[in-house]
Design a protein around this ligand. Structure first.
Ligand code: SF4
Length: 322
């Protein structure tokens, strides 16, 4: 279906959008009363909140010179707790002409020598990412292209990405369908995410090793899971599911950085996770026997006396990560 021999003509793809499992089938080349018509809230004009090296990814992704991130505005999932809420829910970002986007990314690669090109939450602009990848692969053939995904992807779209992507960094957020519905309005998240991750693993295998900042990854899949406050069972079942589906060799990243970014009706979401919650989930992952686990321990980030947690970006600043 999708892509892309003419690298700047994306109109057909956006005219009946099925770029994510929400499959809105709306025409994103036109607006309704000035607003985009699909769930993601974005038209066919790519909007970007930040292009720059990022040092907060896992060591084999960050390396020593950083991961070359491109943060797109808008999101097809729109989780209520999103740690990047300014761009996923709040509209922060600027519209860029395709060639200006390529140029910005090119400058980042040249100026910083980043280890990869990291598209963050790119679902709703995937045609633009493949266009960018086509351009830049010719100039930087050894630069891995990384898709940093929510886990809520369509297998059909992923099949079209196979020749562009080198690394997939998907989340597996929910095993609990009720939680998925409440926080991200997608009851089908667990099944869609397992199907999507299976396709990613089929294409690229597990993240290659040795995995350290001295030998940045070049290919493969690393799955992330963010522990949510008051949702230990969701995390435990998510890890069990991943283990049952993919085995002990699947590289996983256990994240504890959750920080409330707005007031929630659910009081649990108005706090960070407790040490006890973290330990329960971490112990479970250890007992399952995952062999390649990156762990963000709570003491690395939890300073609630600050206005913003250490890992929480501010996309209204030129340097969102400080
Ligand atoms: S990318 Fe946006 S418009 Fe397209 S299917 Fe997903 S939510 Fe709907």
């Amino acid at each position: 279906m999708l892509f892309l021999n003419q690298e700047t003509d994306f109109a057909d793809i956006y005219k009946s959008c099925v770029l994510c499992p929400r499959a809105c089938r709306v025409d994103r080349t036109v607006t309704r009363e000035g607003k985009a018509k699909g769930f993601c809230g974005e038209t066919d004009r790519v909007r970007v909140a930040h292009v720059g090296p990022h040092f907060g990814e896992e060591p084999p992704i960050t390396g020593i010179r950083g991961s070359g991130t491109v943060f797109f505005s808008g999101c097809s999932l729109k989780c209520k707790f999103c740690q990047n809420h300014q761009i996923s829910l709040g509209g922060v970002g600027e519209t860029l002409d395709f060639h200006r986007l390529v140029e910005k990314i090119r400058q980042m690669i040249i100026n910083y020598g980043v280890h990869n090109l990291n598209f963050v939450s790119p679902d709703h602009f995937i045609p633009h990412t493949t266009g960018v990848a086509s351009h830049l692969k010719k100039e930087h053939p050894g630069l891995p292209i990384l898709y940093n995904f929510s886990g809520y992807q369509s297998v059909r779209v992923l099949k079209n990405l196979e020749k562009y992507a080198d690394i997939y960094l998907p989340d597996f957020k929910y095993s609990d369908t009720a939680l998925a519905r409440r926080l991200s309005r997608c009851t089908d998240y667990p099944e869609k995410a397992i199907d999507a991750i299976s396709e990613m693993v089929r294409q690229k295998g597990f993240l290659d090793g040795p995995v350290s900042e001295n030998a940045p990854a070049t290919q493969g899949v690393l799955v992330r899971h963010l522990i949510l406050p008051g949702a230990v069972e969701n995390s435990i079942n998510a890890l069990t599911t991943l283990f049952m589906e993919f085995g002990a060799d699947l590289p996983i990243s256990l994240m504890s950085q959750y920080h409330p970014v707005m007031h929630h009706e659910d009081p649990e979401l108005n706090r960070t996770i407790t040490d006890q919650e973290f330990l329960e989930v971490h112990d479970h992952a250890t007992q399952l026997g995952f062999k390649h686990m990156f762990v963000q321990f709570p003491e690395n980030y939890q300073d609630c006396s600050r206005d913003r947690a250490v890992f929480l970006p501010d996309f209204k600043n030129r340097q969102p990560f400080g």
